[in-house]
Design a protein around this ligand. Structure first.
Ligand SMILES: Cc1cc2nc3c(=O)[nH]c(=O)nc-3n(C[C@H](O)[C@H](O)[C@H](O)COP(=O)(O)OP(=O)(O)OC[C@H]3O[C@@H](n4cnc5c(N)ncnc54)[C@H](O)[C@@H]3O)c2cc1C
Length: 432
């Protein structure tokens, strides 16, 4: 039999690559059990990947890589719950739910990720009352290092540890989400000055169910997006307008502007100034999942930190001062979101109301000094880095900002003493 050629894994941002020793595409729980047992018997490591939307090496493996493509679809429905196979893309989940008049309470920016990949790194959107995806999970099913299949629900340590588990405790095979009747969101976009936004942060976050804003570096302008539930009627954006905003302006033109800025960085402050003036106001009412999520075609690198909510204004002020002091030319807006506290041990929002600050750079023109400078501010403010986005922290730092970090490690020692599920990235952020 001929040995198949090696498969190279490359993530969405194309900044992480790896060549696993073997690739499998499990189609059922038994396939996952077999793969885990085979890995243990062969002395190999094993990880399941999602769709590679993490910017870090969190998904890489030199052992057996499990692909999600055949572990998809609904396993069962209940009144306010749905159980889906772990590799189901969020996009498919939204459509399945919409088909039954149901929806998730909150979502992140995009829907390309798998449900397991998204929750394992703590993927979140923005919400006054509703948290990230892991906070909407009601039960997990996973294959542990000894090949056994475990289910975990509220009140169990495994549940609180494994919802945001970095794939370090086992391979998730199914995820049960709490769902609710489908609802409409009133989306409003407008601009406000940076000072005005910081001066009324509490009021803005208190008055809106979902507040998300983008500060355009080198300008005074923030684009504010607020989403609030409404009884309707639906007023979706006209198809031509929607294409203009979400495809042309936010992707095609934005991509061209980034490429121009990459060649002629001196133009970036002027380009951002023009964009700030061009940003118009708009309103629409549409199905929640369509309002929460966007299309992202322009490839970027991202770092995002979660800071205690009462330090968010300081974090933003210092980030702005830093960018103004340095000679960096930053095209991408700085994105700001909030969530309530989470009870998942490694959620970036664990135990505290949280503000998120996300910095992006155009993929072809990385700017490590920008990320380093912002990271210094965020870590001084007890920030926790997003598990799927770029950062330089190690287990020593993370133990200080996560009160249940040691408990997570103790559980990991018990469930995976031989580190079947580890990789180089986890060795850094969790320790060996
Ligand atoms: C364009 C873009 C937009 C984004 N928007 C947001 C956003 O709005 N909010 C936010 O918080 N993040 C956001 N992210 C980050 C992204 O949501 C996370 O990095 C997420 O983990 C990616 O999911 P994935 O399916 O691609 O998983 P991968 O990146 O492939 O894997 C992530 C982790 O999950 C593990 N994993 C996957 N499947 C399993 C399984 N079955 N069992 C155990 N472990 C598993 C992997 O081993 C790995 O550790 C964005 C990223 C990009 C590129």
């Amino acid at each position: 039999m001929r040995t198949p050629p090696p498969v190279t894994f490359r993530n969405w941002a194309r900044n992480q690559t790896g060549t696993p020793a073997e690739v499998r595409t499990p189609a059922c729980v038994e396939d996952v059990v077999r793969a885990v047992r085979d890995a243990a018997a062969a002395g190999r490591r094993i990880r399941m990947i999602g769709t590679g939307h993490s910017f870090t090496g969190v998904a890489l493996t030199d052992g057996i890589m499990l692909r999600p493509g055949a572990l998809t679809g609904v396993r069962s429905w209940a009144d306010d719950r749905v159980t889906v196979m772990a590799g189901t893309p969020l996009r498919a989940l939204n459509e399945l739910l919409a088909g039954r008049g149901l929806a998730l309470a909150n979502m992140g920016d995009i829907t390309e990720q798998t449900v397991a990949g998204a929750i394992q790194t703590g993927t979140h959107g923005t919400g006054r009352d509703s948290g990230g995806l892991a906070d909407q999970v009601a039960e997990l099913e996973m294959v542990l290092a000894d090949g056994s299949v475990a289910t975990a629900g509220p009140g169990e340590d495994l549940f609180d540890a494994a919802r945001v588990g970095l794939g370090a405790l086992g391979v998730l095979t199914a995820v049960t989400f709490r769902v609710e009747p489908a609802f409409l969101l009133h989306n409003r976009r407008r601009t406000l000055g940076h000072g005005e936004v910081l001066g009324s942060l509490d009021e803005l976050t208190g008055a809106n169910e979902h507040l998300d804003f983008f500060w355009l570096p080198h300008t005074e302008t923030c684009l504010l997006k607020t989403n609030n539930r409404t009884a309707g009627p639906a007023r979706p954006p006209a198809a031509a307008r929607h294409w203009l905003d979400t495809v042309f302006l936010e992707n095609t033109l934005f991509g061209a502007v980034c490429a121009l800025g990459g060649r002629l960085p001196g133009l970036i402050p002027r380009i951002n100034g023009i964009s700030a003036v061009a940003l118009g106001e708009s309103e629409s009412v549409d199905a929640s999942y369509k309002v929460f999520t966007s299309r992202r075609d322009v490839r970027f690198l991202e770092m995002e930190y979660a800071v205690p909510r009462d330090r968010l204004a300081q974090a933003l002020r210092e980030t702005r001062d830093l960018i103004e002091r340095m000679d960096w030319k930053i095209t991408f807006p700085v994105e700001v979101r909030v969530t309530p506290p989470s009870d998942a041990w490694l959620s970036t929002a664990y135990g505290r109301p949280t503000g998120y600050v996300a910095c992006h750079v155009y993929r072809p023109t990385p700017n490590p000094a920008y990320f380093e400078g912002v990271e210094e501010i965020m870590t001084r403010l007890d920030g926790r880095p997003h598990w799927g986005k770029l950062h330089t922290r190690d287990a020593g730092y993370l133990a200080k900002v996560y009160p249940r970090f040691e408990d997570f490690l103790t559980l990991r020692d018990r469930l995976d003493p031989d580190r079947l599920f580890t990789n180089d990235h986890l060795d850094r952020v969790l320790g060996r």
